[in-house]
Structures are given as structure tokens and as C-alpha cells.
Design a protein around this ligand. Structure first.
Ligand code: ADP
Ligand code: MG
Ligand code: ZN
Length: 620
């Protein structure tokens, strides 16, 4: 067999995605590789397929038990013998698995890094023929990465002890230069083929909203997407609790995840989500690392996260199957304050002295600012993200909230002048909130303490709503009229451009979304349906009618049934895309089944009969 046949036979796919083929070819020729590809790009196949083609065993190093479990289940479902060795096994199970491994039962063995240099494991490894060590989530070796794992350093030690050096293949989604160099250096890759694919995720739709009633917006979205799986991220545990309780009382099947829950409950809730028993997961950022669930159809941020890195990572958990998915951020002014508090109180790293801590905090404030600008930019959101990560793209993507909104240009000169005037007249000594409260005429303790009631601009913009004041404040920062200092006090300062504004010489124009005439209530399930239409179009199907919709539901129920029997998540049995393809082609025989995307020989044999039957019945 060659790699293309393996792709078809075991995984049921017809073609390679960007980067996959080159990385596989290099591995097969015996060369080390470093693959840097965004989440969902298909890194696993890059080492799984060569593993099946090479003599001997491939060891896969992975940082998390859940990741290992997910991949091993998926491989077993495809008819590949694979196993994992980690702390979730009892000593008895562990010994048994090692015994089978030694007997040559597995082509792929997933190992937790801390196991590598244990006596028991070395005993096996030194006597086995190991042809490749694949390091998944390879950024974990780097202290620059977000999830540094000291045990990853044992990989090198382990490889050195092997009688024959295997091919080393490293994969990560983290693209910064420091991490890249660290991975290649620390893992001692030899003249590796480095392949970096673009960071864009064209199937993701990005949008930002600043609703007065966040909960209402969230609930409406969820009601319009029944049965679809998604994550709702909140900044605090308290908010996770609140939102989850409200959703449940509104009849939505939601579960929750945050660091304040017991291990037991976290595990259970995570499984409820992965196994589609609970389609909605409300969580803090503690949730997600190690979630390979491919059919997450939306990630909604109930709050703005602390920086763009976190945002793209969390949002990127949507649509790993390459199908359309939504990433929506619900911004509120309070989010900035909460994040600022997190930054002030961050004592995560006890090794830092005061100066270093100050530096870290300043960098964090800088990042928070860029995140805030994301929420206020009127330009293409995708373009903003990619530019942040150092990629240049077209500044119109056609698949984000801004590209699809109609904007009107509004003259905000009066408001802008009031803000700038207030900053100047109070000596450029105060932060955003004090300035906005002053022009808005608020009566707070701070305002009284600073005697801002006496400021000539006090209450001068009382009629302008606060959210609009904030929009203009951000616009002025984006346009270089003002800046906010990022040392310990965040103070708003004027820049040169403001001179003309204050003198009344400059006009400030701002793009704002056109107020929608009158909102039609969207049809229930309308978007989910349109998504299926769009997946169907990928298979060049003319339409996806009522009949196909019904068949889809029947196939989905069958998939759930099988998933229960096999005790694996539904998407491990078949992806949504495979179900759609089945609805369109309506195969009538085993041969025809093999033409469906995502169905290889093994799955066709194992489940084919039941699905064929279901299709036949649906066709009557
Ligand atoms: P990554 O590890 O890069 O985040 P995965 O390896 O988990 O991504 O793959 C994401 C999804 O893409 C999986 O469902 C996988 O089966 C699918 N996939 C990978 N390669 C291909 C391909 N060549 N054709 C179709 N689907 C693919
Ligand atoms: Mg992966
Ligand atoms: Zn866009």
C-alpha cells in the first residue's frame, strides 16, 4: 500500500490537505520533520499514515490523557491497532498493554512523556523496533509556549538511549518564532523539513457584538441552533454558574466546567459534552486543552478574553472538521475592567521579582489593548486576527461580521471634542472610566473625590449613551488621537492629532453598523439547515431537501445508538460531513459505501449494513 491507499482504506478520504503530503513523504524518506499547522488542519494523519507504512512501531507523545484517548479510539474505529500508556491505566492494565506491545500487537503507541524513562517502559522500548517518535503538541517543550511541560524534556533523554535513532516528527499549532526554534533545538531535530501552513481558518465566521442584554442574545442564538454542539466561554467561575443555571431553566441542555468543580464532576461534564449528551458547554478558559471534538459548531465568548492568543485558540475549537462554524464575541465594557483586575492580581509565576513582574504586567496590558481594539475595529475581523499573528491577507474576507455588515459613516466630532477637551482640562491624569463618567455627568465617589464636577466638561455629553462614548474613546485610540499608558496606572493621554480636534479644526468620522430596520425573527434551526446545505454543496449536490433532512436525522440517531454501544463519541463513528454525503449519495451497496468521504474499508464492513438499511428505509 502507498500513502494514498492508506488514506482511503483506513480513513476513507480521497485527498490530502495542505502540507500533509510533504510531511509524510519526508518522514517516509527517513527525515525529521516539524509541522506547524493550525488547529483542525489534520496534523494527526501526518504521522499516523507513515506509522502504518513503516516497519516497526511509532511512539506518539501527547501531553494529555484525553487527547490520547480520543486519537486511539478514532484509530481503533478505523481498524488500526493502537493503544495508550498513561496514568489512567491500572498497573495490571498497564503491564498487559506493554506485554501486547512487546508482542508486536500495535503499530502506534501513545505514551505520556513522564513514562518514557521509567524502567518498565525502557525495558520494552530497548527491545522493540521503534521507527518513529512523533511529538504531538510539541510546543509543550518550550518555556515560551503557553503550556510548558517539563516532562517533555524527557523525550530527548529517551531517544538518546535507544539503540537506533528513530525518525523524529514534531507537530504544533503554535507559530511564534521562539517556540519554533525551541522545538527544533530542544528536541534535537536533524535537518528537519519545516512546513508551516497558513493560520487562516476560512470555515470560521467571526463576529463581535456589544449587546445590552448578553444573556438574551446568547439564548436566542442557542434556540436557533438546536441540537448543535458549542462552547460558551465566560471569564469567571461565578458567571459560568449563572449562565449555566439560566440556560437550564430555559430548557437548554447545558453543562459546565471550571477549576472550582471536583475532578469527578469536571470529567463527567466534559464527557457529557464530548458524547453529545449535553450539546452546550459553559466554561472558563480551564476547558478546552485536549478537546479534539470535531463537530463544535460555535464558540461564543460571553466575555472578551485577555488577549488575541487566547481568543484565537479558544475560538479555534470550533469547526475542526472544516465545516462552517461561528465564533462570536459578546463584548461588554466590564470585560476590560475584569481583565485588568486579573492582570493586577496575577501572581502565577512566583519566580518573578518586582521588576520582572511589572514588565510582564505591562506586556499583558498591551495585549489586552489589542484585544479590545479587535472588538471595536470596523475593518475585516479575520484580517485583524491574521495581521496580529504576522500574516498579511486581503482586507476583505466576506465571512465575518464586519465584512457582512452595512456600515454608515457617522460624524462624531462633537463627542470626540468633548472627550479630548475633558482629558486636557483635567491635566491628562485620569483613566478612561473617570473621563467618560465626567463627560457623562455621573455622580460617583471617584468623581467627587477628584472634584470632576467642577470640570468644564462635566455632564457635557450626558445625552450620549455610555456605550457610544466608549466606542468613540476606542476609535480615538485606534486613530492615534489618544493613547492609554500601560505602566501601573492606565492614564489617557493626548497625542498631537488631538490639538486640531480641540481647536475645532478636525472632523472625526466613524463607521458604525447601520441600525437594522426591523428584525425578522429568524426561522428555528434555519442556520443549522443552511450549514447542511453548504456542506451538501461541497459534494456538488443541487439541494438538500426535506427528504434529505429527514434522512439526516435518522442517520444521526443511528450514529448515536452505535456510539453508545461502542462507548465512543458520535463523531468518532462518522463525522457530520460523512452523514451528509450519505444523505446525498444514498449508497445501496458496500461498494458504493466506500465512495463516501470518511468511510474506509473497516468502517464500511463494521457499520455498513446498518447504515445501508437506514438509508433504504428512509428512501421508501
Ligand atoms: P489537528 O491535530 O491539526 O488539530 P486533526 O488531526 O485532529 O487536526 O484533524 C482534524 C479533522 O480533520 C479530523 O476530523 C480529521 O479526520 C480530518 N482530516 C484530516 N486530514 C484530512 C483529509 N486529508 N481529508 C479530510 N479530512 C481530513
Ligand atoms: Mg492534534
Ligand atoms: Zn472579514
Amino acid at each position: 500500500m502507498d500513502k494514498r491507499q492508506v488514506l482511503k482504506e483506513y480513513f476513507g478520504y480521497d485527498g490530502f490537505r495542505e502540507g500533509q503530503e510533504e510531511l509524510m513523504d519526508a518522514i517516509l524518506s527517513g527525515r525529521d520533520v516539524l509541522g506547524i499547522m493550525p488547529t483542525g488542519a489534520g496534523k494527526s494523519l501526518c504521522f499516523q499514515i507513515p506509522a502504518l507504512l513503516m516497519e516497526g512501531i511509532t511512539l506518539v507523545i501527547s501531553p494529555l490523557i484525553s487527547l490520547m484517548k480520543d486519537q486511539v479510539e478514532a484509530l481503533n474505529q478505523a481498524g488500526v491497532h493502537a493503544a495508550y500508556l498513561n496514568s489512567s491505566l491500572t498497573p495490571g492494565q498497564y503491564r498487559k498493554a506493554l506485554g501486547l506491545a512487546a508482542a508486536g500487537r500495535y503499530k502506534l503507541i501513545y505514551v505520556a512523556p513522564e513514562r518514557l524513562v521509567t524502567e518498565e517502559f525502557l525495558d520494552f522500548a530497548l527491545n522493540a523496533s521503534i521507527s518513529m517518535v512523533a511529538v504531538d503538541e510539541a510546543h509543550c517543550v518550550s518555556q515560551w509556549g503557553q503550556d510548558f511541560r517539563p516532562s517533555y524534556l524527557k523525550i530527548v533523554e529517551f531517544v538518546k538511549r535507544l539503540p537506533r535513532r528513530p525518525v523524529l516528527a514534531a507537530f504544533t499549532a503554535t507559530a511564534t518564532r521562539e517556540v519554533r526554534e525551541d522545538v527544533a533545538g530542544i528536541l534535537t531535530l536533524r535537518d528537519p523539513l519545516v512546513r508551516i501552513t497558513g493560520f487562516d481558518r476560512p470555515n470560521l465566521y467571526f463576529a463581535v457584538q456589544s449587546p445590552g442584554d448578553k444573556y438574551g442574545v446568547l439564548r436566542q442564538y442557542l434556540e436557533l441552533h438546536p441540537g448543535e454542539s458549542g462552547i460558551v466561554y465566560c471569564l469567571t467561575r461565578k458567571l459560568v454558574e449563572e449562565v449555566c443555571v439560566r440556560l437550564r431553566s430555559d430548557g437548554i441542555l447545558a453543562t459546565r466546567y471550571h477549576a472550582g468543580l471536583s475532578d469527578e464532576e469536571r470529567r463527567k461534564n466534559q464527557e457529557d459534552f464530548i458524547y453529545d449528551r449535553s450539546p452546550v458547554m459553559v466554561a472558563t478558559n480551564a476547558f478546552g486543552m485536549g478537546i479534539d471534538k470535531s463537530n463544535v459548531r460555535y464558540v461564543i465568548h460571553y466575555n472578551m478574553p485577555k488577549n488575541m492568543e487566547s481568543y484565537y485558540q479558544e475560538a479555534g475549537r470550533a469547526g475542526r472538521d472544516g465545516e462552517p462554524a461561528d465564533c462570536i464575541l459578546l463584548y461588554g465594557g466590564q470585560d476590560v475592567v475584569t481583565n485588568q483586575l486579573f492582570i493586577e492580581n496575577n501572581r502565577d509565576n512566583e519566580e518573578l521579582d518586582i521588576q520582572e513582574l511589572a514588565l510582564v504586567q505591562q506586556r499583558d496590558r498591551e495585549r489586552l489593548k489589542k484585544m479590545t481594539f479587535y472588538c471595536f475595529t470596523r475593518e475585516c475581523l479575520r484580517d485583524y486576527i491574521l495581521r496580529y499573528f504576522g500574516e498579511y491577507s486581503a482586507n476583505y474576507c466576506g465571512n465575518c461580521g464586519n465584512c457582512l455588515s452595512q456600515f454608515e459613516t457617522v460624524d462624531v466630532t462633537e463627542t470626540a471634542r468633548g472627550i479630548a477637551g475633558c482629558i486636557k482640562s483635567s491635566g491628562q491624569r485620569y483613566g478612561v472610566t473617570v473621563i467618560l463618567d465626567t463627560v457623562h455627568g455621573a455622580n460617583t465617589v471617584k468623581i467627587r473625590n477628584y472634584r470632576m464636577e467642577d470640570n468644564p466638561f462635566y455632564g457635557s455629553l450626558a445625552k450620549v449613551p455610555l456605550y457610544r462614548l466608549r466606542q468613540v474613546m476606542n476609535h480615538l485610540q485606534l486613530q492615534g488621537y489618544l493613547y492609554v499608558t500601560t505602566d501601573s496606572y492606565a492614564v489617557v493621554k493626548l497625542m498631537e492629532l488631538s490639538e486640531g480636534l480641540i481647536r475645532g479644526e478636525t472632523k472625526v468620522l466613524m463607521k458604525l453598523p447601520r441600525e437594522e430596520p426591523e428584525k425578522k425573527k429568524p426561522e428555528k434551526g434555519g442556520k443549522a439547515r443552511r450549514r447542511r446545505q453548504s456542506m451538501a454543496a461541497d459534494f456538488h449536490a443541487e439541494e438538500f431537501t426535506e427528504k434529505e433532512e429527514k434522512l439526516f436525522e435518522a442517520l444521526r440517531a443511528l450514529r448515536m445508538q452505535i456510539a453508545k454501544e461502542e462507548q465512543v463519541p458520535p463523531y468518532v463513528v462518522f463525522s457530520d460531513k460523512t452523514l451528509i454525503h450519505l444523505c446525498i449519495r444514498k449508497p445501496a451497496s458496500q461498494e458504493e459505501l466506500l465512495e463516501i468521504s470518511g468511510i474506509g474499508a473497516f468502517k464500511a464492513k463494521k457499520y455498513g449494513k446498518r447504515f445501508l438499511e437506514c438509508i433504504r428505509e428512509g428512501n421508501l
